[in-house]
Design a protein around this ligand. Structure first.
Ligand code: DHB
Length: 309
């Protein structure tokens, strides 16, 4: 028997593969599709204090190897996701609440209410690139410290942070230093690569409407950046579970993330493009690949990436 189960802060996942915050997870109907799929957890859309309609459409575009989006946090407001976390319990899978308040006081208020909810894990999103006028918190190290101090103080559930990608070793070390000092149940790497620009040369136009066409890049374009972020944070914080996200389309992709040090993986763009069958397919591909390699569990190879030096 091949075992691809995972555990994060005592929360058991039947497999290490589940959905990322963002795609098709804002309404109860969408969340029930995820609940009924093979996804091993139900991650809900990042929520704010008040409901939001999000940015003007078109705000998402499929690309040959991925996606660009500038959705702008369309969500029903956190109270609905607190309610959904109870309604989703009947599916017997962990529920992950994603919290993305527009200011620190909002995050504190939201987390305090989720403390008394049925959510199993809380993913604090410090990396949304798509709200005009709101820079990504995790690129501001001082603000990140302030937010994490306040949130780790009030949060009573296993708390993780979702980070944007970093591209410089000094920045990895700075963020790792901040995270090391706080009690975190997990880190999710990576959010989309923020503020990419996709151009349609025939129309001589941007492909999405918000922010002059700038949006978060996802899918295969970001896989190597995502792997680098998982690897670096695993090296710097070896005892913190890492959830890998970014360009996972196959079981082999998932294998690479675990080899880099991930404990679990989330699927974003592939879920939009393929639908809920992606979860079972990638889980099966991962199991088949382990079998071919003679591995029985993820622990057999997690983090054991070879380097050439
Ligand atoms: C949105 C995009 C993100 O990458 C994120 O982390 C949160 C929200 C959005 O545009 O809705």
């Amino acid at each position: 028997m091949i075992d691809i189960t995972a555990e994060i802060s005592g929360v058991k996942l039947e497999t290490c593969v589940f959905n990322a915050a963002g795609p098709k997870d804002a309404t109860l109907k969408e969340l029930e599709v995820i609940a009924k799929s093979a996804s091993s957890a139900i991650t809900m859309k990042s929520c704010t204090l008040e409901p939001r309609k999000g940015n003007p459409e078109p705000r998402y575009c499929d690309l040959p190897e991925g996606s660009i989006n500038s959705s702008g946090l369309p969500n029903l407001g956190y109270k609905e996701y607190v309610r959904f976390s109870s309604l989703l319990k009947k599916y017997h899978k962990p529920v992950v609440a994603s919290v993305s308040g527009l200011k620190l006081a909002d995050n504190v208020k939201i987390i305090k209410v989720f403390n008394n909810s049925e959510a199993d894990l809380i993913e604090l999103n410090l990396s949304c690139p798509n709200v005009p006028g709101k820079p990504q918190v995790c690129y501001d190290f001082e603000q990140s410290e302030e937010v994490l101090d306040a949130i780790t103080d009030v949060c009573k559930k296993p708390l993780g942070v979702k980070l944007a990608p970093y591209f410089d070793f000094a920045h990895f070390e700075q963020m790792a230093g901040i995270l090391r000092k706080r009690k975190l149940a997990f880190i999710t790497c990576i959010n989309s690569i923020g503020n990419a620009l996709v151009i349609d040369p025939d129309k001589e136009s941007a492909v999405i409407k918000p922010k002059g066409g700038f949006g978060g890049l996802g899918g295969k374009y970001v896989k190597y950046t995502a792997l680098a972020n998982v690897r670096k944070f695993h090296e710097l914080l070896p005892h913190v579970p890492i959830i890998g996200c970014g360009g996972i389309y196959s079981g082999k992709d998932a294998f690479e993330f675990i080899l880099a040090g991930a404990t679990a993986v989330q699927l974003g763009t592939v879920f939009i493009q393929e639908g809920p069958s992606c979860f079972g397919r990638i889980q099966k591909e991962l199991k088949d690949y382990l079998k071919k390699k003679g591995y029985e569990t993820l622990e057999d190879f997690r983090g054991k990436l070879k380097t050439l030096d």
